[in-house]
Design a protein around this ligand. Structure first.
Ligand SMILES: Nc1ncnc2c1ncn2[C@@H]1O[C@H](COP(=O)(O)OP(=O)(O)O)[C@@H](O)[C@H]1O
Ligand SMILES: [Mg+2]
Length: 213
Protein backbone atom coordinates (compact mmCIF):
# COMPACT_ATOMS: atom_id res chain seq x y z
CA UNK A 1 0.00 0.00 0.00
CA UNK A 2 1.22 3.49 -0.83
CA UNK A 3 0.11 6.33 1.44
CA UNK A 4 0.59 10.02 0.67
CA UNK A 5 0.22 11.90 3.95
CA UNK A 6 0.45 15.67 4.37
CA UNK A 7 2.77 16.03 1.38
CA UNK A 8 3.85 19.35 0.01
CA UNK A 9 6.46 19.91 -2.69
CA UNK A 10 8.18 23.19 -3.35
CA UNK A 11 10.47 23.87 -6.31
CA UNK A 12 13.29 26.40 -6.31
CA UNK A 13 11.29 28.64 -8.61
CA UNK A 14 8.83 28.91 -5.67
CA UNK A 15 6.10 26.79 -7.24
CA UNK A 16 4.50 24.87 -4.40
CA UNK A 17 2.03 22.01 -4.54
CA UNK A 18 0.05 20.74 -1.55
CA UNK A 19 -1.27 17.23 -2.02
CA UNK A 20 -4.37 15.96 -0.28
CA UNK A 21 -3.86 12.61 1.42
CA UNK A 22 -4.20 9.62 -0.89
CA UNK A 23 -3.93 5.86 -0.56
CA UNK A 24 -3.06 3.44 -3.33
CA UNK A 25 -3.99 -0.17 -2.44
CA UNK A 26 -1.63 -2.97 -3.37
CA UNK A 27 -2.61 -4.83 -6.51
CA UNK A 28 -5.04 -2.17 -7.76
CA UNK A 29 -4.78 0.06 -10.82
CA UNK A 30 -5.22 3.81 -10.71
CA UNK A 31 -5.52 6.38 -13.46
CA UNK A 32 -4.58 9.97 -12.58
CA UNK A 33 -6.27 12.67 -14.62
CA UNK A 34 -5.76 16.42 -14.35
CA UNK A 35 -4.67 19.61 -16.05
CA UNK A 36 -1.13 20.08 -17.24
CA UNK A 37 0.98 21.44 -14.40
CA UNK A 38 -1.28 20.26 -11.57
CA UNK A 39 1.44 17.99 -10.15
CA UNK A 40 0.92 14.51 -11.59
CA UNK A 41 4.51 13.83 -12.69
CA UNK A 42 5.81 15.34 -9.45
CA UNK A 43 3.71 12.84 -7.48
CA UNK A 44 5.08 9.89 -9.49
CA UNK A 45 8.63 11.18 -9.03
CA UNK A 46 8.12 11.44 -5.26
CA UNK A 47 6.70 7.90 -5.08
CA UNK A 48 9.68 6.70 -7.12
CA UNK A 49 12.07 8.48 -4.75
CA UNK A 50 13.48 10.67 -7.52
CA UNK A 51 12.12 13.83 -5.86
CA UNK A 52 11.63 14.42 -2.14
CA UNK A 53 8.75 16.35 -0.61
CA UNK A 54 9.46 19.29 1.70
CA UNK A 55 6.79 18.13 4.09
CA UNK A 56 4.85 14.96 4.77
CA UNK A 57 5.45 11.29 4.26
CA UNK A 58 5.25 8.82 1.41
CA UNK A 59 4.75 5.41 2.98
CA UNK A 60 5.28 2.32 0.90
CA UNK A 61 4.23 -0.82 2.78
CA UNK A 62 4.69 1.03 6.06
CA UNK A 63 8.12 2.49 5.36
CA UNK A 64 8.44 6.27 5.00
CA UNK A 65 10.32 6.71 1.75
CA UNK A 66 10.41 10.49 2.12
CA UNK A 67 12.64 10.05 5.17
CA UNK A 68 14.94 7.45 3.55
CA UNK A 69 18.40 8.30 2.24
CA UNK A 70 18.83 8.76 -1.51
CA UNK A 71 20.77 5.51 -1.68
CA UNK A 72 17.96 3.60 0.06
CA UNK A 73 15.43 5.18 -2.29
CA UNK A 74 17.49 4.25 -5.34
CA UNK A 75 17.88 0.65 -4.19
CA UNK A 76 14.16 0.42 -3.42
CA UNK A 77 13.24 1.81 -6.84
CA UNK A 78 15.60 -0.51 -8.71
CA UNK A 79 14.15 -3.53 -6.92
CA UNK A 80 10.47 -2.71 -6.60
CA UNK A 81 9.36 0.01 -9.01
CA UNK A 82 8.95 -0.09 -12.76
CA UNK A 83 8.81 3.47 -14.09
CA UNK A 84 7.63 4.21 -17.61
CA UNK A 85 8.80 7.74 -18.27
CA UNK A 86 6.88 10.20 -20.40
CA UNK A 87 9.78 10.54 -22.85
CA UNK A 88 10.56 6.78 -22.65
CA UNK A 89 14.28 7.35 -21.90
CA UNK A 90 15.23 4.74 -24.51
CA UNK A 91 18.60 4.78 -26.28
CA UNK A 92 17.47 5.01 -29.89
CA UNK A 93 20.79 3.90 -31.41
CA UNK A 94 20.58 0.61 -29.51
CA UNK A 95 18.39 -2.43 -30.16
CA UNK A 96 15.24 -3.29 -28.25
CA UNK A 97 17.01 -6.10 -26.40
CA UNK A 98 20.02 -3.95 -25.51
CA UNK A 99 17.70 -1.26 -24.10
CA UNK A 100 16.36 -3.91 -21.73
CA UNK A 101 19.68 -5.58 -20.99
CA UNK A 102 21.17 -2.24 -19.98
CA UNK A 103 19.32 -2.76 -16.68
CA UNK A 104 21.89 -5.43 -15.83
CA UNK A 105 24.20 -2.53 -14.98
CA UNK A 106 21.86 -1.85 -12.03
CA UNK A 107 21.92 -5.52 -11.04
CA UNK A 108 18.47 -6.23 -12.50
CA UNK A 109 17.73 -9.80 -13.65
CA UNK A 110 16.58 -9.43 -17.28
CA UNK A 111 16.16 -13.14 -17.98
CA UNK A 112 12.42 -12.65 -18.58
CA UNK A 113 13.07 -10.16 -21.41
CA UNK A 114 12.00 -12.50 -24.20
CA UNK A 115 8.76 -13.59 -22.53
CA UNK A 116 7.89 -9.99 -21.67
CA UNK A 117 8.53 -8.87 -25.26
CA UNK A 118 6.44 -11.79 -26.46
CA UNK A 119 3.50 -10.74 -24.27
CA UNK A 120 3.71 -7.27 -25.82
CA UNK A 121 3.90 -8.67 -29.39
CA UNK A 122 7.40 -7.26 -29.70
CA UNK A 123 9.59 -10.36 -29.73
CA UNK A 124 10.10 -10.22 -33.50
CA UNK A 125 11.48 -6.68 -33.08
CA UNK A 126 14.04 -7.57 -30.42
CA UNK A 127 17.08 -6.98 -32.66
CA UNK A 128 15.77 -3.79 -34.25
CA UNK A 129 17.24 -0.45 -33.31
CA UNK A 130 14.73 1.68 -31.41
CA UNK A 131 15.18 4.54 -33.90
CA UNK A 132 13.52 2.34 -36.53
CA UNK A 133 10.40 1.66 -34.45
CA UNK A 134 7.03 3.43 -34.47
CA UNK A 135 5.74 5.42 -31.49
CA UNK A 136 3.52 2.57 -30.30
CA UNK A 137 6.40 0.10 -30.58
CA UNK A 138 8.74 2.39 -28.62
CA UNK A 139 6.08 2.71 -25.95
CA UNK A 140 5.91 -1.07 -25.66
CA UNK A 141 9.71 -1.28 -25.35
CA UNK A 142 9.50 1.23 -22.48
CA UNK A 143 6.80 -0.92 -20.86
CA UNK A 144 8.85 -4.09 -21.35
CA UNK A 145 11.88 -2.48 -19.75
CA UNK A 146 9.83 -1.30 -16.75
CA UNK A 147 8.20 -4.66 -16.07
CA UNK A 148 10.99 -7.13 -16.88
CA UNK A 149 12.10 -7.17 -13.24
CA UNK A 150 8.54 -8.03 -12.08
CA UNK A 151 8.18 -4.93 -9.89
CA UNK A 152 5.38 -4.71 -7.31
CA UNK A 153 4.70 -1.12 -8.34
CA UNK A 154 4.41 0.24 -11.88
CA UNK A 155 4.35 3.99 -12.52
CA UNK A 156 3.47 5.19 -16.02
CA UNK A 157 3.63 8.88 -16.97
CA UNK A 158 1.38 9.61 -19.95
CA UNK A 159 2.06 6.24 -21.57
CA UNK A 160 -0.23 7.12 -24.47
CA UNK A 161 0.72 10.78 -24.78
CA UNK A 162 2.22 10.56 -28.25
CA UNK A 163 -0.01 7.84 -29.68
CA UNK A 164 -3.28 8.05 -31.59
CA UNK A 165 -6.29 6.81 -29.64
CA UNK A 166 -6.55 3.32 -31.13
CA UNK A 167 -2.87 2.53 -30.58
CA UNK A 168 -2.89 4.23 -27.16
CA UNK A 169 -5.89 2.15 -26.13
CA UNK A 170 -4.16 -1.06 -27.26
CA UNK A 171 -1.07 -0.10 -25.24
CA UNK A 172 -3.19 0.61 -22.14
CA UNK A 173 -5.00 -2.71 -22.50
CA UNK A 174 -1.66 -4.50 -22.60
CA UNK A 175 -0.25 -2.44 -19.74
CA UNK A 176 -3.23 -3.12 -17.45
CA UNK A 177 -3.29 -6.80 -18.43
CA UNK A 178 0.41 -7.26 -17.73
CA UNK A 179 0.11 -5.30 -14.43
CA UNK A 180 -2.60 -7.56 -12.95
CA UNK A 181 -1.83 -8.20 -9.28
CA UNK A 182 0.59 -5.26 -9.13
CA UNK A 183 -0.01 -1.68 -8.08
CA UNK A 184 -0.32 0.40 -11.26
CA UNK A 185 -0.45 4.20 -11.21
CA UNK A 186 -0.79 5.73 -14.67
CA UNK A 187 -1.12 9.38 -15.66
CA UNK A 188 -3.09 10.28 -18.74
CA UNK A 189 -4.96 13.14 -20.33
CA UNK A 190 -7.49 10.84 -21.91
CA UNK A 191 -10.54 10.02 -19.79
CA UNK A 192 -11.70 7.49 -22.42
CA UNK A 193 -9.11 5.13 -20.89
CA UNK A 194 -10.70 5.17 -17.40
CA UNK A 195 -12.62 1.94 -17.93
CA UNK A 196 -9.40 -0.09 -17.95
CA UNK A 197 -8.52 0.93 -14.37
CA UNK A 198 -9.92 0.05 -10.94
CA UNK A 199 -9.89 3.65 -9.71
CA UNK A 200 -9.89 7.13 -11.26
CA UNK A 201 -8.29 10.02 -9.37
CA UNK A 202 -8.88 13.63 -10.42
CA UNK A 203 -5.56 15.26 -9.57
CA UNK A 204 -7.04 18.76 -9.98
CA UNK A 205 -8.99 18.02 -6.80
CA UNK A 206 -6.06 16.39 -5.01
CA UNK A 207 -3.75 19.36 -5.54
CA UNK A 208 -6.21 22.09 -4.72
CA UNK A 209 -3.63 23.93 -2.65
CA UNK A 210 -1.31 24.62 -5.56
CA UNK A 211 0.00 28.16 -5.55
CA UNK A 212 2.92 30.20 -6.81
CA UNK A 213 4.40 31.39 -3.55
N1 LIG B 1 12.07 20.66 -11.76
C1 LIG B 1 11.15 21.62 -11.61
N2 LIG B 1 11.52 22.89 -11.30
C2 LIG B 1 10.61 23.85 -11.12
N3 LIG B 1 9.29 23.67 -11.22
C3 LIG B 1 8.85 22.45 -11.54
C4 LIG B 1 9.75 21.36 -11.74
N4 LIG B 1 9.02 20.25 -12.03
C5 LIG B 1 7.74 20.64 -12.01
N5 LIG B 1 7.63 21.95 -11.72
C6 LIG B 1 6.38 22.71 -11.60
O1 LIG B 1 5.51 22.01 -10.73
C7 LIG B 1 4.20 22.01 -11.25
C8 LIG B 1 3.72 20.59 -11.45
O2 LIG B 1 4.50 19.99 -12.47
P1 LIG B 1 4.22 18.50 -12.96
O3 LIG B 1 4.18 17.60 -11.78
O4 LIG B 1 5.23 18.21 -14.01
O5 LIG B 1 2.76 18.64 -13.59
P2 LIG B 1 1.93 17.62 -14.49
O6 LIG B 1 2.71 16.36 -14.62
O7 LIG B 1 0.63 17.45 -13.77
O8 LIG B 1 1.73 18.30 -15.80
C9 LIG B 1 4.24 22.85 -12.52
O9 LIG B 1 3.86 24.16 -12.19
C10 LIG B 1 5.67 22.78 -12.93
O10 LIG B 1 6.05 23.92 -13.65
MG1 LIG C 1 3.54 15.47 -16.29
Amino acid sequence: MIKIIGVSKKFKNETAIDYKDMTFESGKSYILLGASGCGKSTLLNMIAGILSPEKGSIEIDGKDMAAASQKEKDLFRIKNIGYIFQDFKLITEMTVMDNINILKLEGVDTSKAESVLESLDMLDKKNKKVKNLSGGERQRVAIARAIVKSPDIILADEPTGNLNFAIGEAVIKQLTEISKGKTLIAVTHDDRLCKYFDYVIDMNEMTGGRYDA
